[in-house]
Design a protein around this ligand. Structure first.
Ligand code: PEP
Length: 247
């Protein structure tokens, strides 16, 4: 059985006052079937880790190298040292804003695993790719290119995030989500074997809200969510966690 995962990506949002939202989540305590992860900006990781209780803390990116002359970057070791247990890699905003290619994501995942972090690797198609009926080709290529060979159910989480659904309020149909998640499961089983392929958690991300969470979590092979905007407020994220735990 895969444990469920509700992951929040705060992106470039939050100063010290935002930690009150995390405190509220932490006060709710551990969930029966659901792990909870918050990925705040790097500046808040150590303070977040000090108060997060059963909520895991993650970074939003890391460099592929352990250290060196990379001004402004952060290594997986540094995230781990600050108290992170996870790192989001290959988010579409990193792929678009920073030109990250699948090979970059793969190198970063290797670095994350060397540091003992769990990688949450993001994949997703653009609207043009969806409209051209290329979604599964795109997702298959990103999975093949971004995930290193050493993947296991313990060190890898995959998030399917259609780019056109992120922050837009647009959500694919449940059958579109199911098609991609079933496809991803099959791809992982074919490459890594049934044992590993079945144990990797698959998250959906893109405009998940309390109002649509229950419907999304009923889709096959959806093991949780990667949530942007609705993770910034504890009340909204708690409602999503509750829906997931009940699914
Ligand atoms: C995200 O950025 O990973 C995301 C899913 O954002 P939102 O929930 O705001 O669409």
């Amino acid at each position: 059985m895969r444990r469920k995962l509700a992951a929040g990506n705060w992106k470039m949002n939050g100063t010290a006052t935002a930690l009150a939202e995390l405190e509220t989540l932490a006060a709710a305590g551990a969930q029966a079937q659901t792990d909870v992860l918050i990925c705040p900006p790097s500046t808040l990781i150590s303070r977040a880790a000090a108060i997060s209780g059963s909520v895991a803390i993650g970074g939003q990116d890391c460099h592929a190298n352990a250290s060196g002359a990379h001004t402004g970057d952060i290594s997986a070791e540094m995230l781990k040292d600050a108290g992170a247990s996870h790192v989001i890699l290959g988010h579409s905003e990193r792929r678009e804003d920073h030109g990250e290619a699948d090979a970059d994501v793969r190198s970063k995942a290797t670095a994350a695993w060397s540091a003992g972090l769990i990688s949450v690797i993001c994949v997703g198609e653009s609207l043009a790719e969806r409209e051209a009926d290329n979604t599964l080709d795109i997702i298959g290529g990103q999975l093949a290119g971004s995930i290193p060979d050493e993947a296991t159910g313990e060190n890898l989480v995959v998030a399917y995030e259609p780019i056109w659904a992120i922050g837009t309020g647009k959500v694919p149909t449940m059958s579109q989500i199911g098609e991609v998640h079933d496809f991803m499961r099959t791809q992982l089983e074919m490459r890594f074997g049934e044992g590993v392929g079945r144990s990797v958690r698959l998250l959906y991300g893109g405009s998940v809200k309390p109002s649509n969470a229950t419907e999304i979590f009923a889709v096959s092979n959806v093991d949780g969510a990667l949530v942007g905007g609705a993770s910034l407020k504890a009340a909204d994220f708690s409602a999503i966690i509750t829906a997931l735990d009940a699914a």
